[in-house]
Design a protein around this ligand. Structure first.
Ligand code: DOR
Length: 425
């Protein structure tokens, strides 16, 4: 018996086919079988999606799943459960694990573990350098063969321009995406954005130019190599501008932004709450405005979480000593809606494109589309219903979010991966 699922009557939005209409979607044996107004049939479950948005499964191209080695913060099982609850049918996981994902055995481990206990698809991102130390290239070729979809030393940028050039050439040979954590450590070293708030709080600052210096250096290297380059978690006006100019020049440069860099400024650090500490840090109001404009004008192509779980005891050690990072998988759709849909900066098709279709294209992975024959990865959410963020209900092992108690909209009602309902709201 074929396994079928019919999703009736929803507002079906698929940016890959420019579809935005009330329609039905039939999923059979893990694939999209049919899409259209008059689609029916199938002998399996029927979901009535009246009043809801039905989109290609959301894809988060920047998360930290912490396995192997830091299973007290998150595991592939708990991280992907949080992802599915947030509407994600796939996540790409960063290599700053312990050991790092720097050769084929670790990449294979993640893929095996994800197949065994994962609640959504997992695409490993391999490290660019051995031990993420920025000196010697990692086993990039072997990792490509094992299934790594992109390469990054995220958490750290590659300081040495020569190593970065070599990494670009190598990653470029495989046609993969190089994702850079843009931060020149010779210019930074603090714990929050450098500016009047840091001075008032007596905390050492992280100036925005530390990001911009590495980004502009890298753009010069992209001009020399032609490698596809993705600047991770943009947070400053200068960095948005650098990417905008590179794109205008026709260079294969892209970037992404997190919800917190669109909704919070460094003022949020005034309470010394360690859950307002992340890297890059919360910036000035002018930087937030520039990031919002970057999304609006299409300079920023992907919306990500940078889901970075840390335990309570790790975070509760004073602002200066706390690790960088916040969780985000279960709240990002709602927070992006607040930042971008509510003020009219994006339409739903534009937002879905940046949370699904573009990430799939940048990573060159399946998904991001509801085209017939493609994997049946689908997200259903209610654009109107309100809910309150409660970190205690998170499926993540960690609770480090600055958004606890926020009033938001857009709860996820179902996350369907390969035709199977992996989460029901
Ligand atoms: O805040 C962050 N946390 N930024 C990063 O780049 C790394 C991440 C982590 O792994 O905790």
């Amino acid at each position: 018996m074929p396994q079928s699922l019919l999703i009736r009557n929803g507002r079906v939005i698929d940016p890959s086919q420019e579809i935005d209409e009330t329609a039905s979607l039939l999923l059979v044996d893990g694939r999209i079988e049919a899409i259209g107004r008059d689609v029916g049939g199938g002998s399996g479950e029927v979901i009535d999606a009246g009043g809801q948005i039905v989109s290609p499964g959301l894809i988060d191209m920047h998360v930290h799943l912490r396995e192997p080695g830091q299973e007290h913060k998150e595991t592939i099982e708990t991280g992907t459960a949080a992802a599915a609850a947030g509407g994600f049918t796939a996540v790409a996981c960063m290599p700053n694990t312990d050991p790092p994902l720097h050769d084929d055995t670790q990449v294979e481990y993640v893929l095996r573990q994800a197949a065994r206990v994962g609640h959504c698809r997992v695409y490993p991102i391999g490290a660019l350098t051995r031990d993420r130390a920025g000196r010697q290239l990692a086993e990039i070729g072997l990792m490509v063969r094992a299934g790594a979809v992109a390469f990054s030393d995220d958490g750290d940028g590659i300081a040495d321009a020569g190593v970065c050039l070599q990494a670009m050439r190598y990653v470029g040979m495989f046609g993969k995406l190089l994702i850079q954590h843009c931060e020149d450590r010779t210019l930074t070293g603090g714990c929050m954005n450098a500016g009047p708030t840091a001075t008032r709080l007596g905390l050492p600052g992280m100036p925005g130019i530390a990001e911009e210096v590495m980004t502009t250096r890298d753009i010069t290297l992209v001009r020399a190599t032609g490698t596809r380059y993705h600047a991770a978690h943009v947070s400053t006006a200068g960095m948005v501008d650098a990417v905008r100019r590179a794109r205008a020049e026709g260079l294969p440069v892209s970037t992404e932004v997190c919800p917190h860099h669109l909704l919070l400024t460094d003022e949020a650090c005034s309470t010394y709450d360690p859950n307002t500490k992340m890297s890059p840090p919360l910036r000035s109001a002018a930087d937030v405005e520039a990031c919002l404009e970057g999304v609006r004008d299409g300079t920023i192509e992907a919306l990500i979480t940078d889901h970075a779980p840390h335990t309570h005891s790790e975070k509760e050690v004073g602002f200066q000593n706390a690790p960088f990072g916040i969780i985000g998988l279960e709240t990002s759709l709602a927070l992006f809606a607040k930042a971008l849909i509510d003020p009219g900066l994006q339409t739903w098709p534009q937002l879905i494109e940046k949370m699904s279709t573009r990430p799939a294209q940048l990573l060159q992975v399946p998904g991001g589309t509801l085209k017939v024959g493609q994997p049946a990865d689908v997200t259903i959410f209610d654009p109107e219903r309100e809910w309150t963020i409660d970190v205690e209900r998170s499926r993540s092992l960690s609770r480090n979010s600055p958004f606890d108690g926020w009033q938001v909209r857009c709860p996820v009602t179902a996350t369907i991966v390969g035709g199977k309902v992996r989460y029901r709201g």
